[in-house]
Ligand binder design. Structure first.
Ligand code: FE
Ligand code: ZN
Length: 255
C-alpha cells in the first residue's frame, strides 16, 4: 500500500484517521472534532500534518479545526455546501471534484442526508473511502438535514463502490446497529455471525472500523432495501427501494 492509515478514537465514540503517503511523506487527517486527539495521534506516529479533510460541519467533526490549523499550519479541505460554508477552507470541494494527496487521487462524493454538506473522500487506488456519518458498520447516519430520499440516493451511490472497498465510518455505533439490523433482518446468517463477531471485538475494546463494502452489502439493512427477506419482514414486498429504505430508517429512529 502506498498509503498508511492510522485510526484513532476521540470523544465517546468518534473515529478520526491519519493517512501518510509513503512516496512523498505527506500526511492528512480526516475530521478534527477534538484538536488534542489529532495532535496526540500525530505525536504517536511521529508525523507532521499537511492536510485536514472535513466530512461535514457537525461540531464533533470540526471543533478542533482552528486549533489544529494553528498548531500545524495544515491546509484545510472541506465541503462547498451549506453548513460547510460557515468555515474557512483552503480548498472547498463538491461532488465529483478530485484532488491529489501526494501522488494519490482523492475523489469527492457528496452524500447528503445526515447533513446537506456531507462529503466522502474516496481513494480508488487504495480502495478506501471515508464515509463520515453517512455509512457506518451495519448502519447509516440519522437523517437530520436532508430527506430520506436524499439519503437513499447517497446509499445508491455508495453501493456502486467495488465490494473490496475498505470503509472508514466516523463513529463506533456498531453494537447498537447490529441489534437493530437483527430486528429487521433476523434470518440473515451473515448478520447473525457478524453480530457475534463485533460483540467479541467490543468486549476486547477493539474498534470495529474499518469495515468493507462486501460485509456491509451482506449485513447492513440500509443497503439491503432490495433483499426479499428484509422486504418480507417489513411487509413491503412490492414497495420501491426508496420506500423500503425510508421505512428502515424510520424504524431505526424509533428502535
Ligand atoms: Fe454528524
Ligand atoms: Zn458525527
Amino acid at each position: 500500500m502506498a498509503v498508511e492509515f492510522h485510526l484513532f478514537e476521540y470523544l465517546s465514540d468518534n473515529y478520526g484517521v491519519l493517512l501518510r503517503d509513503d512516496a512523498t511523506g505527506r500526511v492528512a487527517c480526516v475530521d478534527a472534532g477534538e484538536a488534542g486527539a489529532v495532535l496526540a495521534a500525530l505525536k504517536d506516529k511521529g508525523w507532521e500534518l499537511d492536510e485536514l479533510w472535513i466530512t461535514h460541519w457537525h461540531w464533533d467533526h470540526t471543533d478542533g479545526l482552528e486549533e489544529v490549523r494553528a498548531a500545524t499550519g495544515c491546509k484545510v479541505i472541506g465541503p462547498a455546501y451549506e453548513g460547510g460554508k460557515s468555515f474557512t477552507f483552503d480548498l472547498s470541494v463538491k461532488d465529483r471534484d478530485s484532488f491529489s494527496f501526494g501522488g494519490v487521487d482523492v475523489a469527492v462524493w457528496h452524500t447528503p442526508g445526515h447533513t446537506l454538506d456531507m462529503v466522502n473522500y474516496y481513494m480508488p487506488s487504495e480502495g478506501v473511502i471515508f464515509t463520515g456519518d453517512t455509512l457506518f458498520a451495519m448502519g447509516c447516519g440519522r437523517v437530520f438535514e436532508g430527506t430520506h430520499d436524499q439519503m437513499f440516493t447517497s446509499m445508491e451511490k455508495l453501493r456502486t463502490l467495488p465490494s473490496e472497498t475498505v470503509v472508514y465510518g466516523a463513529h463506533e455505533y456498531t453494537i447498537a446497529n447490529a441489534n437493530f439490523a437483527l430486528s429487521v433482518d433476523p434470518e440473515n446468517a451473515a448478520l447473525q455471525a457478524r453480530a457475534k463477531e463485533v460483540e467479541a471485538l467490543r468486549k476486547a475494546g477493539t474498534p470495529t472500523m474499518p469495515t468493507n463494502m462486501a460485509s456491509e452489502l451482506e449485513t447492513n439493512p440500509f443497503l439491503r432495501y432490495d433483499q426479499p427477506s428484509l422486504r418480507a419482514m417489513l411487509g413491503m414486498e412490492s414497495a420501491s427501494d426508496a420506500a423500503v429504505f425510508s421505512e428502515t430508517r424510520t424504524r431505526k429512529d424509533n428502535f
